[in-house]
Design a protein around this ligand. Structure first.
Ligand code: ZN
Ligand code: ZN
Length: 228
């Protein structure tokens, strides 16, 4: 199953405004994806529209979001149901600092319906860091039946490598997203990555042309299979 499991929409202030859930789903379908995950920064509020659009296009949606943990590193959280993702998003929103999103500085944060209509704007800046540590964000994800996966673990910023120096085994992750998945064995040999993790590679698209530009395949024994 071809999948792109890291996609932003116009709910993320750093994404393009034409990244509506319907547009993202339609482009992913054109790119050949069978499963997608919409993973906006610190919010699940565009998932209902994404789910409706995916139904329309015959795509599977893995409900997700991308948490900015207190350590300023990004954690993808995937859930078995839309409701679980929305519940996680509600809990997470309350842990964000009360910094209003100034669209002139940060960009807009749009909640859409599946017909590209604007439903509302989100007040708090969604790219700010949550009060949850990486450990707490992961534990709360698991408590709702979800699977936490460190995002772009080997990236130059907002990553386990850039913030912690490595991905410690003690967090118990089963999978990691890498920018350079071909370097997995090297990372393991250098002690940067626990051995045997499942590696995901996705587009992290913030603009339309990037949707589906990097896709992976979900193996039959993928830890994410239980969520589909
Ligand atoms: Zn990120
Ligand atoms: Zn992202």
């Amino acid at each position: 199953m071809l999948c792109d499991l890291h996609l932003h929409t116009c709910l993320s202030p750093c994404a393009d405004r034409n990244m509506t859930p319907a547009a993202v789903a339609g482009l992913a379908k054109l790119a050949g994806a069978q499963v997608i995950a919409v993973t906006d920064h610190n919010s699940a509020l565009n998932l209902p529209a994404a789910a409706a659009a995916c139904r329309e296009y015959g795509l599977r949606l893995l409900p997700g979001l991308e948490v900015t943990c207190a350590e300023e590193l990004h954690l993808l959280c995937y859930f078995p149901t839309l409701e679980a993702a929305l519940e996680y998003g509600r809990q997470l929103y309350d842990t964000l600092p009360d910094i209003p999103c100034d669209p002139a500085i940060w960009g807009e944060q749009w909640v859409m319906d599946a017909e590209d209509r604007l439903l509302k704007r989100v007040d708090r800046l969604l790219t700010a860091a949550s009060a949850w540590s990486l450990e707490e964000a992961a534990a709360r994800c698991r408590a709702l039946g979800g699977e936490p996966v460190p995002a772009h673990g080997d990236a130059a910023s907002y990553s386990a490598f850039s913030v912690l120096g490595l991905l410690p085994a003690q967090y118990g992750f089963s999978a990691v997203e890498l920018v350079y998945p071909e370097r997995k064995a090297e990372y393991e040999a250098r002690g940067l990555l626990p051995s045997g993790l499942e590696v995901l590679a996705s587009s992290d698209a913030h603009f339309l042309a990037a949707v589906g530009s990097r896709m992976g395949t979900l193996a039959p024994d993928s830890v994410l299979q239980r969520l589909l």
